[in-house]
Design a binder for this molecule. Structure first.
Ligand code: FES
Ligand SMILES: [Fe+2]
Ligand SMILES: [Fe+2]
Length: 497
């Protein structure tokens, strides 16, 4: 058994996250930073939006940090060349000096943008953010010292100060990564559910007062969650946008209207009712929007789908059913695609059962395992090539199904490497069986049902294509030789290791 303890870095960061004594200085610093912004009025607000990246669509802080990281890393290399007395070492030295200075300028910009974002953080993120800022300021301090030393001709000390800065910067970068990837600072926090795809009634229009946002809820059956939506009536029009603020999830339905935008009660992001775009930060990310109509005195809403979203709408289904390819009358029509695949699933399941029932040192076990491997490969292949692309327009399951195929192939490769008589083989075989069963069942319970939207005729054509390819994969000498070679190579690699 592999043991699992939290990593050294997790432990260290956990200490910072729990350090409540950091809250007081953090609070004082945030207040000190906010005062001049308040005094500056509108220009102050503009500067804040610019530093957050409200105009840009993403926080700009991560872009500025690339400047010191890049230039200071370059300087480290150049300094090393100079210290080693390489040819042209004077030129290297001059270039390194410039790189250190450019990095320092970038670091100041990174600090300004980072501090702006940090002011709106809470709790443990705020504590880690404060330490992140202190660490990176230390790195900047080392580089400023280095610049002064270099100017005075004390190059060796200058190199050392820069090297120290580089190491400290690394720690700062780690903390910054933690804030984004673990604590989700700066990432979109809005609900991006694709529901409802068709208009659903949410509220009698008489209950929505002008200028008073209200919450409605829509149900997402896949996520098994109610999605809150903020409804707003203004100037005779009704607007609907996701109620969870994309900045940190604040309740927009409890916000207020200001200058044609809906303001979040938590940190004051203001969103354009028409476009969902942030007009004021800290948010940098537009809110999800809904189409609105009124039928029989009831407000109905429908999610405005975003480009590239995996959402099958009723229009898509209608369209897919219409484009039933005209086939020549002589195409033989046999079983439907889902029937062909279901039968193959059953074959795979029965092979698993047989291998599991065999005694571990039955010499036939290995052969049957190879046949199973080969049938599983063929199955994935015909689905990847024919079935999945055909069903994509009417089913949202396809991206995950592709991913699961990859996972099955990985597990199969790992299982083939093990001697069939070993206990590990039993464990892997069980895991593979479970994985195949999960995948096949979810196809049978969801994708195959949605595939019926393609129409009977299209499904029979696809069935014919699948059977033809299945046959060809099994009998073509080239295909077989190639597959067998691949399988023995996988099995071989294991035995050597
Ligand atoms: S949650 Fe921060 S502005 Fe909405
Ligand atoms: Fe599959
Ligand atoms: Fe399948």
């Amino acid at each position: 058994m592999e043991s699992h303890r939290s990593s050294v870095t997790d432990k260290a960061i956990g200490r910072i996250e729990a350090a409540e004594w950091l809250d007081r200085p953090a609070f004082q610093l945030a207040n000190a930073l906010a005062l001049p912004q308040r005094l500056a009025g509108t220009p102050g607000k503009r500067a804040r939006n610019a530093l957050h990246g409200t105009w840009f669509g993403h926080p700009v802080h991560p872009m500025f940090v690339t400047i010191p990281i890049g230039t200071w890393t370059l300087a480290l290399g150049l300094d090393t060349l100079e210290a080693l007395g390489a040819k042209h070492s004077r030129d290297y030295g001059r270039a390194a000096d410039l790189a250190v200075q450019a990095g320092a300028a970038g670091a100041v910009a990174a600090a300004a943008t980072g501090l702006m974002d940090w002011q709106q953080t809470h709790g443990r993120s705020r504590r880690v953010g404060l330490v992140h800022a202190l660490v990176n300021s230390t790195a900047l301090g080392f580089q400023l010292t280095s610049i002064a030393l270099r100017r005075r001709g004390r190059r060796r000390e200058g190199h050392l100060a820069s090297a120290a800065a580089w190491g400290v910067m690394f720690v700062g970068a780690y903390l910054g990564g933690h804030l984004v990837y673990r604590r989700r600072q700066g990432v979109d926090q809005a609900d991006r559910s694709v529901e409802p795809r068709d208009f659903v009634p949410v509220l009698p229009v008489a209950e929505l007062k002008d200028g008073q946002p209200r919450k409605a809820e829509v149900w997402d059956a896949v996520e098994r969650a109610h999605i809150p939506v903020a409804l707003v009536r203004q100037g005779g029009r009704i607007f609907a946008m996701g109620a969870r603020c994309s900045h940190m999830g604040g309740p927009l339905d409890e916000g207020w209207l200001l200058k044609g935008g809906l303001v979040c009660p938590w940190h004051g992001s203001r969103y354009d009712l028409e476009t969902g775009q942030p007009l004021d930060g800290p948010s940098t990310c537009p809110q999800p929007l809904y189409d609105v109509r009124v039928r029989n005195g009831i407000i109905e809403i429908r999610r405005q789908q975003e480009p590239g979203a995996e959402a099958v709408t009723s229009e898509d289904i209608e369209w897919a059913a219409q484009v039933e390819q005209p086939t020549s009358a002589d195409t033989p029509l046999g079983r439907k695609a889902d029937e062909v695949l279901f039968e193959h699933h059953e074959l795979l399941r029965s092979m698993f059962r047989r291998i599991e029932d065999m005694s571990p040192d039955d010499p036939q076990r290995r052969d049957l395992m190879r046949t199973l491997a080969s049938e599983l490969e063929i199955h994935e292949h015909i689905e990847d090539e024919i079935f999945y692309p055909a069903v994509r327009p009417v089913s949202e399951d396809i991206p995950v199904a592709y991913a699961e195929h990859q996972q099955l192939a990985d597990l199969l490769a790992a299982t083939l490497k093990l001697p069939t008589s070993s206990p590990e083989f039993e464990e892997y075989l069980r895991a593979l069986h479970k994985a195949v069963d999960h995948h096949a069942s979810s196809e049978e319970h969801s994708m195959f049902i949605e595939a019926q939207r393609l129409g009977e005729r299209r499904l029979r054509e696809l069935g014919h294509e699948l059977e033809t390819m299945l046959e060809e994969q099994r009998t073509s000498r080239f295909q077989r030789a190639f597959r067998e070679l691949k399988i023995s190579l996988m099995a071989q690699a294991g035995r050597e290791a």
